[in-house]
Design a binder for this molecule. Structure first.
Ligand SMILES: [Mg+2]
Length: 332
């Protein structure tokens, strides 16, 4: 079944068409209206320039965009037989810290394997565009860490989602966030080793450099979150806790993306390492996907990979082959 037909029955809005082009696969059939023409539109110079089978709508020429926008809903509905992914094709969702990179003493110090950004880009293309980062980090940080590539991203634990280069959704900044930030900064200023990370929509406090202050830091965070009311929740992690919008969770973000092209219709695989990833594991388990936890610890994940190093090795090898399937992760 074609992905977005399953997700959004009978709907083909302008927005859907624009997103849909990002998940088209190139076929050699050109010249006839319907499947052939649509495939032909997808086999555009923009696609050929980037040697890929998928391209954002924005990269098509003006003529190609105009052509795609003239297609009727039924033409799009009927143009799917050899464009739909096979059952085995996956959508890959990746946490960042502790998953793709080792956790650093402070959040600014992570060390990214120089081969990783290009490998992720290769895998994204091999997955028809269905690769997204699902992290507590802001989009700007992930862009900078994986420069020059820009990936679909569920940032800030899902509070902000970028899809196909556009902001898809963004939670409102919770009331009193500035006041909460001031309280946390005051605590950090009087306690060596405490780091406060202002992410605008959320705020995190890290005590990796001062583990003896964990209880005190958590007590403060709980009190501040409680004062802020039901609009926020406290997301705990490894030597960190974060006040986030109550609506934000990695599981909700993955579920949201799985309803949209190019993710819809694929089998979700989510890989993470921390308590904050448990929502994501539960979501992919419910969707019949594969959940994988990096390292030890109690988890709802169905599988495990020993370390970020092992995961990177799996991803780098798959990028070299130009193909990634769920079974590649069972080798970890
Ligand atoms: Mg992590």
């Amino acid at each position: 079944m074609f992905p977005w037909r399953a997700a959004v029955p009978g709907v083909a809005s302008t927005t859907m068409r624009r997103r849909w082009v990002t998940s088209l696969r190139v076929t050699p059939k050109c010249g006839e209206r319907g499947k052939g023409s649509l495939a032909c539109a997808a086999a555009s110079p923009a696609l050929q320039r980037q040697r890929s089978s998928v391209a954002p709508f924005s990269r098509l020429s003006a003529d190609e965009r105009a052509f795609v926008m003239t297609l009727t809903t039924s033409e799009m509905m009927n143009s799917t037989s050899d464009l739909a992914p096979t059952e085995a094709e996956i959508a890959l969702f990746l946490d960042f810290d502790g998953t793709l990179v080792e956790i650093a003493p402070s959040p600014a110090d992570v060390d990214v394997d120089r081969r990783l950004p290009a490998a992720l880009d290769t895998l994204r293309h091999s997955l028809g565009g269905a690769l997204a980062l699902v992290s507590g980090r802001p989009i700007s940080f992930l862009d900078s860490a994986l420069d020059p590539y820009r990936f679909d991203t569920a940032a800030l634990h899902g509070a902000e989602i970028r899809l196909g280069g556009d902001v898809h959704s963004r939670a409102a900044v919770p009331a009193e966030m500035r006041s909460a930030l001031r309280d946390l900064v005051r605590f950090a200023n009087s306690h060596v080793g405490i780091i406060v990370e202002d992410k605008h929509i959320s705020v995190a406090m890290h005590w990796r450099l001062a583990p003896q202050l964990a209880d005190e830091a958590l007590d403060l965070l709980r009190a501040v979150a409680s004062r802020m009311g039901p609009g926020v929740r406290l997301q705990e992690g490894k030597s960190v806790a974060e006040i986030v919008p109550a609506s934000a969770s990695k599981g909700a973000a993955i579920s949201q993306l799985m309803q949209l092209p190019p993710y819809a219709g694929r089998r979700p695989v989510f890989i993470g390492d921390d308590v904050t990833d448990e929502h994501g594991f539960a979501a992919v388990n419910a969707l019949g996907g594969l959940s994988i936890r990096i390292g030890d610890g109690e988890t709802r994940a169905a599988g495990r990979i020993a370390s970020p190093t092992t995961l990177r090795s799996i991803l780098l090898n798959a990028a070299e082959r130009g193909r990634l399937t769920a079974s590649d992760f069972s080798e970890g």
